[in-house]
Design a protein around this ligand. Structure first.
Ligand code: PMP
Length: 397
């Protein structure tokens, strides 16, 4: 069989590409962060990662429009070439200030932030120790680095300790990588314990706060703030595509990131953030810093949905999370239920391996500060429909 016969085949997709697959069901939005349509059917949008609901925030839109008119549609070059504008540096300064740290770098996507930082830090001679359920961008960074790679059991400090002990003195050459909230199942790490283990072994630490930035911590600085380990973590990465409602990524650190830049290939070889994105992200960052009530609203919605899904028997975890994931075993069955939920007026993400961390499917709901009480009522009602018909098929991981 030729390469094309092996690659360009339906078997590469769990549901093919017909109109019933998620690829054939685009979401139509118009003017609202929480309501849209799928195939003409009105839905509550609950698969967006739009945690603070800022995608339609007028101040972000105005800032983007002003930048678009003044600075144009794109930078047409990488940060190392012609793609560094004064506004990129201002955004980096504001991110560093937000964290109370001296250094920040921005990347064109959150994926590239992890890819660039992890590849640069791992290098060819370092050791990477990743939580087994880390995001693909982290694993891809490890591949790009080409260095030694180990995985420890998800959220398991004892397993991390065992593996670092096996490395002996080489533990000090190791970067341990974790996430603040895991993107698919929505769970949090035992961060204080994991940090203590890594520090005791002399390893350094990177926490990806893609789903926890703006969501956890009194000031929105993520899991590192919530678990009071900011002074123990070497690098924090994150994205502008979730709580900040745009696209892009960042790394902040107490270490001087300017020395890392020449090793971070996505920083060097990809065009920089567009001016409109930089402007809306700066406006969004100011709002995250100044308006903690958005976070409070997200958590009110989170608590309501967590309590309802627990009462319905869909969830068994005590850990409240703005990500609610219902696991199912069979792809076709999961696809049917996903369509059923759309029919009930709820749009969630349908996640298959390898994006799902195990051999199961996830109906993944993410909550937003922009969800109104009526939106939350509709979300809970649709989950009630799911529990009544398919509750027995739900896997408890
Ligand atoms: N890290 C994690 C944990 C993520 O879930 C994602 C995106 N889903 C990323 C990084 C990449 O972010 P982006 O989509 O902004 O490139």
């Amino acid at each position: 069989m030729s390469l094309l016969e092996r690659r360009v085949v339906p078997a590469n997709l769990p549901w093919g590409i017909d109109a019933r697959s998620p690829l054939g069901r685009p979401v139509t939005v118009s003017g609202s962060a929480t309501r849209g349509t799928v195939n003409g059917q009105p839905v509550v949008l609950a698969g967006t990662n739009n945690y603070l609901g800022l995608t339609y925030e007028p101040r972000c839109i105005e800032a983007a429009v002003e930048a678009l008119r003044r600075l144009g549609t794109g930078t047409t070059g990488s940060r190392m070439a012609n793609g560094t504008y004064a506004e990129h540096l201002l955004l980096e300064q504001e991110l560093a200030d937000f964290y109370g740290l001296p250094h920040a770098l921005t990347f064109t996507t959150g994926y590239q932030a992890n890819l660039g930082m992890i590849a640069a830090l791992g290098g060819s001679d370092g050791i990477l120790m990743l939580d087994a359920e880390c995001h693909a961008s982290i694993y891809d960074g490890a591949r790009l680095a080409g260095c030694e790679l180990y995985r420890f059991k998800h959220n398991d400090p004892a397993d991390l300790e065992k593996r670092l002990r096996r490395l002996g003195a080489r533990a000090t050459d190791t970067l341990v990588v974790l996430e603040g909230i895991y993107s698919m199942r929505g769970d949090q790490p035992p961060l204080a314990e994991l940090c203590a283990v890594a520090r005791a072994a002399g390893a350094c630490l990177l926490v990806d706060e893609a789903h926890s930035f703006g969501v956890l911590g009194g000031r929105g600085r993520g899991a590192v703030e919530l678990f009071d380990v900011e002074d123990q973590v070497d690098f924090v990465t994150g994205t502008f595509s979730k709580s900040l409602g745009a696209t892009g990524g960042f790394c902040v650190s107490r270490h001087d990131l300017r020395y890392v830049v020449p090793l971070a290939r996505p920083y060097i070889f990809s065009a920089s953030l567009t001016p409109a994105v930089v402007a809306s992200t700066r406006a969004a960052l100011g709002i995250v810093a100044a308006e903690p009530e958005l976070r409070a609203r997200l958590w009110d919605n989170t608590r309501r949905v967590h309590a309802a899904c627990t009462a319905l028997g869909l969830l068994r975890t005590p850990c409240e999370s703005p990500i609610v994931a219902v696991a199912l075993a069979e792809p076709e069955h999961a696809l049917d239920i996903w369509h059923g939920l759309i029919g009930e007026g709820l749009y969630v993400n349908l996640i298959a391996p390898p994006a799902a961390p195990g051999n199961y499917l996830l109906l993944r709901c993410s909550l937003s500060a922009a969800h109104t009480d009526a939106d939350v009522d509709d979300i809970v009602r649709a989950f009630g429909w799911l529990a009544a018909r398919y509750g027995a098929s739900v896997l408890h991981l």
